[in-house]
Structures are given as structure tokens and as C-alpha cells.
Design a protein around this ligand. Structure first.
Ligand SMILES: *[C@@H]1O[C@H](CO)[C@@H](O)[C@H](O)[C@H]1NC(C)=O
Ligand SMILES: *[C@@H]1O[C@H](CO)[C@@H](O)[C@H](O)[C@H]1NC(C)=O
Ligand SMILES: *[C@@H]1O[C@H](CO)[C@@H](O)[C@H](O)[C@H]1NC(C)=O
Ligand SMILES: *[C@@H]1O[C@H](CO)[C@@H](O)[C@H](O)[C@H]1NC(C)=O
Ligand SMILES: *[C@@H]1O[C@H](CO)[C@@H](O)[C@H](O)[C@H]1NC(C)=O
Ligand SMILES: *[C@@H]1O[C@H](CO)[C@@H](O)[C@H](O)[C@H]1NC(C)=O
Ligand SMILES: *[C@@H]1O[C@H](CO)[C@@H](O)[C@H](O)[C@H]1NC(C)=O
Ligand SMILES: *[C@@H]1O[C@H](CO)[C@@H](O)[C@H](O)[C@H]1NC(C)=O
Ligand SMILES: CC(=O)N[C@H]1CO[C@H](CO)[C@@H](O)[C@@H]1O
Length: 607
């Protein structure tokens, strides 16, 4: 600012900047104990718990005003400087972790659901059974105490039992729930799946959007908006049109939230486009990662700190917390660290694809419900967004979609698994697909992102962040597998199967070794869990189980646990010792052979 304004103007500008500073922003949530108080600050900064989430998950033994008032007395008595021991004592006296949730037995769980019989490979059938057996271990219900004194909990009470992701994630989570619901439907647990959706709708009604998870401290953040996709997959499995009729208004409410709160105008080639970004505006560090966020802003100006909090929360809203996807350094590259986070300037491919898919799905639902004017309205929204995705995010040269940096008007030309999300969400027109499908396949093959024995990593950049190399996140593998399948050519289908096969074998190997499913895996070491980020790897794990069940269901007659089980196929990925990477079909093909093969494309579907 100082470099291009005269002193007097600068003072005015600075004054204006200060006016829109932290003072005008809401706190992370309306519960001071959990979001905005010196109690929170002192306890978190003293690192009484290694994981910052532990404290904000505790329940208060007394009401909020007594808790805050008594803490103020402690502060006064200690000259505003309580010792660590005094803080520990206060936490012990005023908080408890007796538990807000109890185990729950979903009545629709069966030990031998029908889909298992469709898995041809015996070892993988065992694997599918093993995963199906995990559902009851992740099933929870809110205790009656929470409903009696909701003000003393950070947990938001919900009516139905639900499936948690696992580990430290012991509440219901928004986008995780899509893969959990799909897995439940495959396991024949339709009632549980329906209850999950109804819980999320309760959150939508309460907050006006669906927060990251069912905790007050997630109040100002949403997550990838998959509610419509959840209702769609539930309808696909159940044909429960009554449910769609009763809930379609909520799907429209959610779309309105994104349209009103997260839309941005991007001018490209002389045309203005409406696209969407993650943008969660509130003041203060994320309560559940308070120490980490605060520590990262040491040395920042007030304005920089406020921006950092908004950009980290916005990145958390994306589900990719954290990744070089949100890092932006001068010049426009992603070569930075967490302190270079500028989520607000990035237009994400996956978010826009999800919304285009949701608009289209709502149009379809309205058509089925014979509400044609609504159907046209949403079809037009879908079509506009598809056009904007093509105009702004599609990179013709590379035959790939990229996130777009609105600060420098540049594509973010990096491999991220989210780049292919428009195919996954059917957010492309049939003519576009006909013209570009084969090119996208080769672009993806050449990216290097599919070359790892442990699955598709989210990126190829080893940043130390958990949504970067070498971590493989199960929902992202699902996005790539479905994106390829939706291209519709034989080659794309083969590649889709290969990607699924590699990941299923990796997780199977890990399952045999550890008797666990992890939230994330390691692309370089099949079956091993991923690392990095702010907390230790978690077990369980909702979306991993869902993604594997999806692959076993989708490709159950073709997948094999190891090459020994393969009958007549030369496709190889890893050996069950999990260490060696064998030659892959694609790399084995000479370039001209590849070209010939590409010419043999058979278009099976056109949309
Ligand atoms: C917290 O972390 C420290 C240092 O890493 C470790 O020594 C300690 O055992 C941990 N405490 C708990 C309760 O996990
Ligand atoms: C909170 O609890 C205290 C003592 O337990 C009580 O005196 C006070 O009325 C309560 N306040 C509210 C708002 O319930
Ligand atoms: C703490 O001290 C301040 C300033 O001395 C005073 O205004 C406040 O009432 C005190 N609070 C309590 C709870 O003692
Ligand atoms: C795009 O919108 C901006 C402001 O929102 C406006 O200044 C600009 O003229 C518009 N450009 C076009 C091509 O309509
Ligand atoms: C605090 O931040 C500094 C960088 O400013 C970092 O080196 C350090 O590891 C952080 N401490 C913790 C405990 O995260
Ligand atoms: C990224 O930054 C590091 C140090 O900040 C530097 O060594 C490296 O060359 C940079 N890489 C690129 C691709 O700009
Ligand atoms: C169509 O949708 C509108 C707006 O949601 C609603 O008012 C109307 O009742 C619906 N019509 C039918 C036939 O469902
Ligand atoms: C392979 O499949 C064929 C036909 O299904 C069967 O006849 C043959 O025995 C199988 N071979 C092996 C090694 O399993
Ligand atoms: C950082 C944040 O916003 N909290 C959580 C949101 O939900 C995801 C799970 O989908 C967690 O990874 C985040 O920690």
C-alpha cells in the first residue's frame, strides 16, 4: 500500500482497512467457552492437551456464566497470569469428558449383506465382509444428558444415530458422510443412511448451512456441499421418492447459501463468470487447532492475522486442510508454506463441479416431481456453471481443469486429484466429453499422478501438509475412479479399474497387517498410513470404508487381491508383500502403441 500512495491517502486507506478489521467479524461461534474467551486462549496456549481438539470437546460441569465468571476470578487472583498447574486444575474442576455419545446398534446392519456375493475374488470378499463388520463399531448416538443441557456441550445434538469417521473425529462430518452413506447403502443399511441425511438436514435448518461437523466450533464453516449427492445416491438405492419430495426444499436452501455467501465474479476474455470459492469469515484461530493457528501468526500484523484466520478456515471448509492448493506466493506459484495461505483467491475445480452437479440433480428431482418451472430454473443454473467451468477452469493446452488464481489471473497448473472432479460430477456437456475424453485420459496418464503403488496421491508436492504427497485420501481415489469411468471409453474404463485395483490391494494389504482402516494412505508404501499435518493418523475410518465398498461393488467381478488370483489378465499393480512395484500396463506400452490403442476408442455413452 505504502509504495503506491502518498502519505495522507495512505492514512485514509489504512483507516478504512482497520475499519473492516477483526472487530467487525463474528467469532468462530456464538459459544464463548468454545470459541471466543480468555479461558479458551489460556488453556489452548498452555498446551494442556497435545491435540487442541481435546479441550473444545469437553463438556462443562456447570453453566456457561459460572464457568466464565469463575475463570475470571482465577485470572484476577493470579494477576492475569495463571500457572499451567492452575489451568490444569481449573479444567479438571470445571470440565469433564464423561462422554456425550454412546454406542449404538444400527438395527439394519447384517453380517452378510447381499453385495458380498457379487465379489468374485474370495480374499476380497473376506475384505468386504471385514469392512462391513466395522459399521457397528463406528455407530454412535447422542446421550440423553446432552439433550437435557445442550448449553454445556460443544456437540450439537441430533435426532438419529449416525456413523462417525473414527478416531478424533467422533461427531458427524459433512463431506465424509457422502462416502459413509454410499458404503451403508451398499451394505444394505438404508435406514441408517437416511438418518445420516436427516441429521445433516437438522444442521442445515439450525445454521442455514451444513457446518464442517456437528460441533458449535465448526459453526462458520461448511464443507464440500455433497448433500444433494447424498440424497441422489439414497434415491438411487431406495427409489424413495417421498423422501425426495419432503426434502427437496432443503437442497434448494443449501444452494442458496452457496449462491449468497460463496459466489465470486471472475472476468475472463472479456466475459464475467459466476463461480464459487471457499470463504469462511470469522475472527480468531480455529478453536480445535487454536494453538497451531495462533502460533503460526506470531509476528503478523493485525490485518495479516485476521486474513490468515479467514484463509485457514476457508481451507478447512474445502476439506483439504491443508495443502499447497491454497498456498499462493508472489508470482502466483504454490511454492510456499502455511503462512502463504490465500484460499480466498483460489477458484477450486471440485467445489464448482459439485455445485454444477447439485444444480443438475435438483433439476432432475424437480422434473421427477413434475415441478417443471423449478426444473428449468435449476437446469439453467447447472448449464451456466458448466459453461463457466469450461471457460475459466478448463486448460485446453493441457486437456485438464485447474484451480484458478483470481489474484494473478492464472491457472494453477499442478496435478491435484481434484482436477478431474467435473467428470465425477457429470459437470461437462456430452459434446465436450466427446471432443476431449481421450485427451483427458492421456493428460492424466502423463501427469504422473497415477504411477504409485499405494494409490493416487492428492498432489505430487512433498510439502509436509496432510493433503499433499505422498498422502492418498480415499474419497479422492473415488473421485478419480468415477471420473475415468464417466468418460465412457474402453481405455478410460480400464484405467478406472486399474486405479481402483491398486488402491483396493493397498488397503487390503494394510487391513491384513494392521486389522485397521486408516483415514489416509501412503502412495509410495502400499497399505501404510499417511502422515503430516496437525494430528496423528486416525483409525476407523468412515470414508475409507465407504470408498473401498464402492470399488468392491462397482468392480466386484473384476478386482483381484493379487496377481495369483488373476485368471487370464496381465494387468498388474502390486504384489501382496506390498513393497515391490511391478511393471504397469500403461508404462509397458510404447508410445505409438498407446496412440493406436487410443484410436480404438469405442464411445459407449454420450451425454
Ligand atoms: C504429549 O506430547 C508429549 C511430547 O510429544 C509426550 O511426551 C506426551 O506423552 C504426550 N501426552 C499425551 C497425553 O499424549
Ligand atoms: C448458572 O449456575 C449458577 C450456579 O450454579 C446459578 O446461580 C445461575 O443462576 C446459573 N445461570 C444461568 C444463566 O442458568
Ligand atoms: C476482575 O478485576 C477487574 C478489574 O480489577 C474487575 O473489574 C472485575 O470485576 C474482576 N472480576 C472478578 C470476577 O473478580
Ligand atoms: C464484470 O464485472 C465488473 C464488476 O463486477 C465490472 O466492472 C465489469 O465491467 C464487468 N465486465 C464485463 C465484461 O461485463
Ligand atoms: C510454532 O511456529 C513455528 C514457526 O513460526 C514453528 O517452527 C514451530 O514448530 C511451531 N510450534 C509448534 C509446537 O507447532
Ligand atoms: C521454492 O522455494 C524454495 C525455498 O523457498 C526454493 O529453494 C525453490 O527453488 C522454489 N521452487 C520453485 C519451483 O520455485
Ligand atoms: C414447485 O416448486 C415451488 C417452489 O418451491 C412450489 O411453490 C410449488 O408448490 C411446487 N409445485 C409442485 C407441483 O410441486
Ligand atoms: C480360469 O477361468 C477358466 C474359465 O472360467 C477356468 O476354466 C480355469 O480353470 C481358470 N483357471 C485358473 C487357473 O483358475
Ligand atoms: C479444520 C476443520 O475445519 N475441521 C475439520 C473439518 O472436517 C474435516 C473432516 O472432514 C477435518 O479434517 C477437519 O479437521
Amino acid at each position: 500500500m505504502v509504495s503506491f500512495c502518498k502519505m495522507r491517502e495512505c492514512l485514509i486507506l489504512l483507516a478504512v482497512a482497520a475499519l473492516v478489521g477483526a472487530a467487525d467479524l463474528p467469532p468462530s461461534c456464538e459459544k464463548p467457552v468454545y470459541c471466543n474467551s480468555n479461558l479458551l486462549h489460556e488453556v489452548q496456549m498452555a498446551r494442556i492437551f497435545n491435540d487442541s481438539k481435546t479441550f473444545v470437546d469437553l463438556q462443562m460441569k456447570f453453566n456457561e456464566s459460572k464457568t466464565l465468571g469463575d475463570f475470571q476470578i482465577l485470572m484476577n487472583d493470579t494477576n492475569q497470569n495463571p500457572s499451567r498447574a492452575q489451568l490444569e486444575q481449573f479444567v479438571t474442576d470445571y470440565f469433564s469428558n464423561e462422554g456425550e455419545l454412546e454406542d449404538w446398534k444400527p438395527s439394519d446392519h447384517s453380517d452378510n449383506p447381499a453385495f458380498l456375493a457379487t465379489i468374485k475374488d474370495e480374499e476380497l470378499r473376506e475384505f468386504g465382509k471385514g469392512i462391513n463388520d466395522i459399521w457397528p463399531l463406528l455407530a454412535r448416538k447422542i446421550k440423553a444428558e446432552v439433550l437435557e443441557k445442550p448449553d454445556q456441550y460443544s456437540l450439537v445434538p441430533l435426532t438419529h444415530g449416525f456413523i462417525i469417521p473414527g478416531g478424533r473425529f467422533k461427531e458427524i462430518y459433512y463431506w465424509d458422510s457422502f462416502w459413509i452413506i454410499e458404503g451403508l447403502l451398499i451394505s444394505g443399511m438404508q435406514e441408517t443412511a437416511k438418518g445420516m441425511i436427516e441429521n445433516l438436514i437438522e444442521l442445515l435448518v439450525k445454521f442455514g448451512h451444513i457446518p464442517n461437523g456437528s460441533r458449535w466450533y465448526y459453526q462458520e464453516r461448511s464443507q464440500p456441499p455433497m448433500l444433494t449427492a447424498m440424497v441422489a445416491i439414497y434415491y438411487q438405492y431406495t427409489q424413495d421418492l417421498e423422501f425426495v419430495r419432503n426434502n427437496i426444499g432443503y437442497l434448494e436452501t443449501e444452494m442458496a447459501f452457496w449462491q449468497n455467501e460463496r459466489a465470486v465474479t471472475v472476468e475472463k476474455d472479456g466475459v464475467n463468470h459466476t463461480l464459487f470459492r471457499y470463504y469462511s469469515v470469522s475472527d480468531g484461530p480455529r478453536p480445535e487447532s487454536y494453538f497451531e493457528d495462533y502460533n503460526n501468526t506470531i509476528g503478523f500484523s493485525d490485518e495479516e492475522r485476521t486474513d490468515f484466520y479467514i484463509d485457514t478456515k476457508s481451507a478447512a471448509e474445502s476439506g483439504w486442510d491443508f495443502s499447497t492448493r491454497w498456498f499462493l506466493v508472489p508470482g502466483g506459484s504454490n511454492n510456499g508454506t502455511i503462512t502463504d495461505i490465500h484460499t480466498r483467491y483460489i477458484i477450486p475445480v471440485d467445489l464448482n463441479a459439485i455445485l454444477a452437479g447439485a444444480f443438475q440433480q435438483i433439476a432432475v428431482f424437480n422434473a421427477v416431481l413434475l415441478n417443471l418451472s423449478k426444473s428449468y430454473e435449476f437446469a439453467a443454473l447447472a448449464s451456466d456453471l458448466r459453461n463457466s467451468i469450461e471457460a475459466v477452469l478448463w486448460n485446453k493446452e493441457d486437456s485438464m481443469w485447474y484451480d484458478y488464481n483470481t489474484r494473478d489471473n492464472l491457472h494453477r497448473k499442478y496435478f491435484y486429484s481434484s482436477n478431474v472432479a467435473p467428470l465425477w460430477q457429470n459437470a461437462v456437456s456430452s459434446t465436450f466429453l466427446m471432443a476431449n475424453g481421450p485427451k483427458i485420459v492421456s493428460s492424466l496418464e502423463q501427469s504422473g499422478g497415477l504411477d504409485f503403488p499405494g494409490g493416487v496421491p492428492t498432489s505430487l508436492i512433498r510439502s509436509g501438509e496432510q493433503w499433499d504427497f505422498p498422502n492418498v485420501w480415499p474419497p479422492e481415489v473415488s473421485i478419480v475412479v468415477n471420473a475415468l469411468a464417466n468418460i465412457g471409453t474402453d481405455e478410460a474404463k480400464t484405467l478406472s479399474l486399474e486405479v481402483a485395483q491398486t488402491f483396493v490391494r493397498s488397503c487390503h494389504w494394510g487391513f491384513l497387517q494392521y486389522k485397521q482402516m486408516f483415514e489416509k494412505y501412503d502412495a509410495e508404501n502400499p497399505g501404510q498410513f499417511g502422515g503430516g499435518g496437525e494430528y496423528n493418523v486416525q483409525f476407523g475410518f468412515g470414508w475409507s470404508n465407504g470408498a473401498i465398498l464402492e470399488f468392491l461393488h462397482k468392480y466386484g467381478s473384476e478386482l483381484t487381491a493379487s496377481d495369483n488370483n488373476v485368471n487370464g489378465s496381465s494387468s498388474t499393480t502390486i504384489s501382496p508383500d506390498g513393497k515391490r512395484r511391478c511393471g504397469k500396463r500403461r508404462s509397458a506400452l510404447a508410445d505409438d502403441e498407446k496412440k493406436k490403442e487410443r484410436k480404438r476408442f469405442l464411445w459407449r455413452t454420450s451425454r
